[in-house]
Design a protein around this ligand. Structure first.
Ligand SMILES: Cc1cc2nc3c(=O)[nH]c(=O)nc-3n(C[C@H](O)[C@H](O)[C@H](O)COP(=O)(O)O)c2cc1C
Length: 343
């Protein structure tokens, strides 16, 4: 099955994301399937329109930089014979080098846009890495602001200012488009989203899915816990996409809980330019992209839409008859509806 054979001519799937023209709104988000060239190829064959590579993590890069400094200090201080005890740093491939190699290989193997990803919260070396990723051929960069504000002396405003500064610095160092992947936990998410865009983000990716550590009662240890998403988790990014659509000058991508063609339709109706998937592709394999596209096209045909452009945002907050449905009033309606179903 090739990407071309999945296109039904009467529905125009084309969309624009970060200024890139994509054949459809289906994008593979950062995850294990984008870490390997063979699965990237399978995704492209199944019709995916763009891919986001796994993130290069701030902690990995910082740790390696520290280790490299430590080893070079040690060998400089010791006698000349000592250098033979240490690995030849010339042959050593760092995490960042491996990442750049993967990016270059992905670019060679694919004809769809390849988006690189950086995951960090401090300005640190991000500007340097952002430039390296651009030079290695990335079509765009996704900056993942994945931070847990656990320091009780740090205010929300400080956290937000740091994020804005980071976006500003990274954007100033790039000529490719910049997407910023954020979490949903802000007191005034809309305002911070607007600030991030003002600082230079060409798009927002809504939302990071924070992995919550578990506690094992038997061992009394903190255990990392990673569960794939469920379709119900789509509602949170859906609400915020609907609220932000038409109010901010930036592309909008939904990530978290996109599993089916109907889910992609929901994202587009809310105002997203693209819908991203990881969990659904891990569970069902890269071929799932073809099935999702078919479902989307069948739904569009039944609903009388001719193009993604025509339907995008038609159920955003600005376009619905009852805008309060995306706000607090919806909460009351949901509670009343639920309670009355018991009578
Ligand atoms: C195993 C795994 C690895 C992931 N690695 C990354 C990563 O490196 N960078 C990133 O921004 N997101 C990463 N994600 C998050 C996904 O890109 C995505 O945002 C999240 O899984 C929610 O989407 P979904 O409901 O389609 O799974 C990862 C997710 C999974 C399940």
């Amino acid at each position: 099955m090739t990407a071309e054979s999945t296109v039904i001519p009467d529905f125009d799937l084309t969309t624009t994301y970060l200024g890139l023209t994509l054949r459809s709104p289906l994008v593979a988000s950062s995850g294990p399937l984008t870490a390997r060239v063979d699965s990237l190829r399978s995704l492209e064959q199944a019709g995916i329109a763009a891919v986001v590579l796994p993130s290069l993590f701030e902690e990995q890069v910082e740790y390696e930089d520290m280790e490299a400094d430590r080893l070079s200090d040690f060998s400089t201080d010791s006698n000349p014979e000592a250098s033979s005890y240490f690995p030849d740093m010339g042959e050593y491939e760092s995490v960042a080098d491996r990442y750049l190699r993967h990016l270059e290989e992905a670019k060679k193997a694919l004809s769809i846009p390849v988006i690189a990803s950086l995951n960090g919260v401090t300005p640190g070396g991000w500007v340097r890495y952002a430039r390296l990723l651009e030079r290695a051929g990335a079509d765009a960069l996704e900056l993942n602001l994945y931070g847990i504000a656990a320091d009780i002396d740090v205010t929300g405003r400080e956290v937000e200012d740091d994020q804005v500064e980071l976006v500003d610095l990274v954007k100033a160092s790039l000529s490719i488009p910049l997407a910023v992947k954020i979490g949903p936990y802000y007191s005034a998410l809309g305002h911070q989203a607007a600030r991030i865009i003002e600082a230079g983000a060409d798009g927002l990716v809504l939302f990071n899915r924070f992995y919550q550590p578990d506690i094992d009662p038997l061992t009394r240890k903190v255990a990392p816990a990673l569960e794939l998403s469920s379709a119900a988790e789509l509602r949170l990014p859906l609400r915020w996409t609907a609220i932000l659509s038409g109010r901010v000058e930036a592309s909008l991508a939904v990530t978290t809980g996109v599993h089916t063609g109907a889910d992609v339709a929901r994202c587009l109706l809310a105002g997203a330019d693209v819908a991203m998937m990881t969990s659904a592709l891990l569970v069902n394999g890269p071929e799932h992209v073809t099935a999702v596209e078919r479902e989307l096209v069948a739904w569009a045909a039944e609903s009388g839409f001719e193009s993604v452009a025509q339907l995008r945002g038609s159920v955003s907050q600005r376009h619905v008859a009852d805008p309060s449905a995306f706000e607090r009033a919806n909460y009351m309606a949901a509670l009343i509806g639920f309670t009355s179903s018991f009578h």
